[in-house]
Design a binder for this molecule. Structure first.
Ligand code: NI
Length: 131
């Protein structure tokens, strides 16, 4: 893990894979991850942790299945949102986005509960940043 400042633009330029987060920092037991996304992720839920999203560039939609029904939140660039633990969610970005996530180290991107994982989605707990 770097002990030097990390320009997010440089970090984002270091990889092209979609839905495949890179770990840019660790804060106590939490990872700060960045990802490039386009198209749909998959419905999943994290049973034991909230999941924080910040949109660096582009626009992210997050579909949510809540007790009162399904809704979608729209996060334009600069917006943040926390998905509560246990809530099924499906991020998607029709026009692409760069996002930052904050969650406990080791949290799987596809959650603890999910359906079939499509080929374009990387099932990972985050990859090391290579810059
Ligand atoms: Ni999630």
């Amino acid at each position: 893990m770097s002990n030097e400042p990390i320009p997010l633009s440089k970090a984002l330029a270091s990889f092209d894979a979609l839905w495949s987060p890179r770990i840019v920092a660790r804060v106590n037991d939490y990872d700060v991850r960045i990802a490039k996304v386009e198209g749909e992720h998959l419905w999943h839920a994290h049973d034991d942790t909230d999941e924080f999203f910040l949109v660096i560039d582009g626009e992210l939609h997050i579909a949510l299945r809540e007790p009162d029904g399904e809704r979608t939140v729209l996060l334009p660039q600069g917006s943040l949102f926390t998905v509560p633990r246990g809530t099924e969610h499906k991020p998607y970005a029709p026009s692409g986005a760069s996002i930052l996530m904050f969650e406990p180290a080791g949290t799987p991107t596809v959650g603890d509960r999910h359906g079939d994982i499509p080929d374009h989605v990387d099932s990972t707990t985050g990859h090391a940043l290579d810059i």
